[in-house]
Design a protein around this ligand. Sequence first.
Ligand code: PLP
Ligand SMILES: N[C@@H](CCOP(=O)(O)O)C(=O)O
Length: 539
Amino acid sequence: MASSSTLFQSSPFSLNNTKTKPYYSLPNSPKPTHFTIKSQSQPTQPQINLTQSTNNNTPTTPPPPTTKHRRPADQNIRDEARRTNISQNLFSAKYVPFNADPSSTESYSLDEIVYRSQSGDLLDVQHDLTALKKFDGAYWRNLFDSRVGKTTWPYGSGVWSKKEWVLPEIDDDDIVSAFEGNSNLFWAERFGKQFLGMNDLWVKHCGISHTGSFKDLGMTVLVSQVNRLRKMNRPVVGVGCASTGDTSAALSAYCASAGIPSIVFLPANRISIAQLVQPIANGAFVLSIDTDFDGCMQLIREVTAELPIYLANSLNSLRLEGQKTAAIEILQQFDWQVPDWVIVPGGNLGNIYAFYKGFHMCRELGLVDRIPRLVCAQAANANPLYLYFKSGWKEFKPVRAQTTFASAIQIGDPVSIDRAVHALKNCNGIVEEATEEELMDAMAQADSTGMFTCPHTGVALTALFKLRNSGVIKPTDRTVVVSTAHGLKFTQSKIDYHSKGIKDLDCQFANPPMQVKADFGSVMDVLSKYLQSKAPKYH
Ligand SMILES: Cc1ncc(COP(=O)(O)O)c(C=O)c1O
Ligand SMILES: N[C@@H](CCOP(=O)(O)O)C(=O)O
């Protein structure tokens, strides 16, 4: 198969491997050995903002409409938030080992720099559900609904409009946000009817976002927490990630917005040009490394254990707190009705768990009474979760991920494998896979109905085709496909497809431009043929 990476090799943006200095030390500080730092001092008590007064009784009435404050000309929206807040410290969250035994007492403040439990397992952010449950489902639904479509700081963000469930203790002043989230959930009417015989098919377009992917949802949370840690003089000089292109774009944008240095490890020649240029433009320190994503991930883990660089990959459970709000948003956009299926493309596997967590919290806290079944869709060229699922969850084996047009999910050893398995087992979930031909055809079919999808969405759409064909998903099932990035980030793959320039692929839905001589007769000839082929047939 011809790889779109040839373009990148010859591009002026292709970066040579750069040897980093082996060791960095903070000015005037002793050599750091490990940056898992336990809380040394109590942080200033963060405050929580509520739009209505609270007490121990469960409120049953909706919160009053947000009071309209006229903002004086010399005040910005942060000032306004400071002036109008009624602050209460009601909610809290902490890190605990992921899926820990109920008897475990291990926990960490979110102000600690820690990514793994004592036994080396993943962590999870655990919210104080007892405090959250003092408010009933109607209260939360009304509160979240009351914040949509406003520019009030920080609730204008689809993530921070759920602040009490995300990072309840952070001060509004520390939040770094581009009012991400609130992404479009649209009815894919023609695609659903024409290709799948479905009447209730929806696309949650997380790619219509600040940096063009769902990563913004998690990154606003992570960079806000870093902003807070730096104000507390914690040893965080910069923030770093390994990336297949979208995490690095989001990290560099949010860091640039807050004036925080960002460092990104990219697998050389394996990401799209649009993704590569994003961190470059946002002033990140970009290392193009001659390995794949899994190799970059290994390196960033080692480096962040030695240097004052905060880890921004989804191994860091803070990220998933932001990403889970997309699930809450889907319920909100359906007026708190629960869809039957949600299909998510999976790579490092943080997002599938984030969706599960968002839906699960809504059920736990009484906003809805059930959760949807989740489908995780993988590229066949990078399918370790699919193989694990097909083995009946017997044995997980990482794979060496092969080149795929769905380059952002070319991952063979996903860090969140345990989270993904937990999510799928607890929602009667399914894992599907898509070959290169299937994912590119599905992407082209969706585009032919007016979308402009990324190849990862093509993977999710292929899973939908397969589950419809096998009858698992029924024609009337309300189904949501999560579109994870904007198609404009992946134009080279579309160019390759529509020019039928991909070895071993038929590209059956290609729509190449027609070359026409610059004279009236030639143009009229091709147009009349085209119009005849499109004219309605009357019998
Ligand atoms: C566009 C896109 N879709 C899907 C994914 C998969 O998300 P996750 O790694 O959380 O499984 C990624 C990143 O991995 C991505 O960048
Ligand atoms: N697709 C991701 C891969 C890394 O995933 P993360 O969620 O663990 O950061 C990317 O865009 O880099």
